[in-house]
Design a protein around this ligand. Structure first.
Ligand SMILES: Nc1ncnc2c1ncn2[C@@H]1O[C@H](COP(=O)(O)OP(=O)(O)OP(=O)(O)O)[C@@H](O)[C@H]1O
Ligand SMILES: [Mg+2]
Length: 236
């Protein structure tokens, strides 16, 4: 099984409204770095919600890392996501009342599978190792609200990759940054995903970042719910 994501005949709409996502066939191979782009409101975050199992399609199948999400209970989907996926949000969603160290270590405290995959002898040392790698080790005991935006981003990367999730999903994490900082952030993210051998799905509307990726997907090309697109089949 070499696919990280296999979506077939998927249809999804919020509440009873008309579908926002209609995808006939989307496959993402394990280990690929995928750039997903599309205009604002086109459904990128919605598609990520379906891949991570936060949302369930009304029709079709969505197999992610060998599990058919539509067959799993809510708690099994939450477990699958927490154990196997790292998520980086546009606004980072760090826990404001926890320190840098506590934020980074959180996925391993909540999910035994992530904890078992750490390479250091214990969690504290693993947090320290990753923090060093991302150059945020000097303020491990500081509250995350007392960090610069760039530092918070690196904490978000560390939290997403600790415990080697098999899939890392980043939803427009660079949109608030200038070009130089975007490039640096992306470079670091790509490096740590390579080290963890994780598949990366990176969402942005900024096409200047495309060149760094193995595959590029235009949501408009694969989503039949969007206006005037042709039916398509995408394998990456
Ligand atoms: N929770 C929700 N309930 C109802 N409609 C929603 C919800 N979330 C998103 N939508 C609608 O679904 C459509 C797709 O939204 P989505 O957030 O997936 O777009 P996006 O491509 O991620 O946009 P952006 O680039 O601005 O983040 C939009 O029309 C949006 O208004
Ligand atoms: Mg979005």
């Amino acid at each position: 099984m070499s696919s990280a994501v296999v979506m077939q005949d998927v249809s999804f709409g919020y509440e009873a409204r008309s579908p926002i996502i209609q995808i006939k066939d989307l496959q993402i191979e394990k280990g690929k770095r995928v750039f997903l782009h599309g205009s604002s409101g086109s459904g990128k975050s919605t598609l990520l919600g379906l891949i991570s199992g936060v949302l369930l399609p009304q029709q079709g199948t969505c197999e992610v890392l060998g599990k058919e999400l539509t067959q799993l209970s809510l708690s099994a989907r939450d477990r699958h996501r927490g154990s196997e996926m790292g998520y980086i949000f546009q606004s980072f969603n760090l826990i404001p009342y926890l320190t840098v160290k506590e934020n980074i270590g959180l996925p391993c405290r909540v999910h035994a599978k992530r904890r078992k995959r750490i390479t250091a002898p214990n969690l504290d040392e693993e947090v320290e190792r990753i923090a060093r790698r991302l150059d945020i080790h000097d303020f491990l005991d500081r509250g995350v609200t007392r960090l610069s935006t760039g530092q918070q981003q690196r904490v978000a990367i560390a939290r997403a990759v600790i415990g080697s999730p098999r899939l890392v999903i980043a939803d427009e994490p660079t949109s608030a940054l200038d070009t130089d900082r975007q490039e640096r952030f992306l470079q670091l993210l790509l490096e740590v995903c390579d080290e963890a051998r994780a598949t990366l799905i990176f969402v942005s509307h900024d096409r200047s970042l495309m060149a760094h990726f193995d595959e590029r997907i235009s949501l408009a090309d694969i989503n039949q719910a969007s206006a005037s697109t042709s039916a398509s089949q995408v394998r990456v």
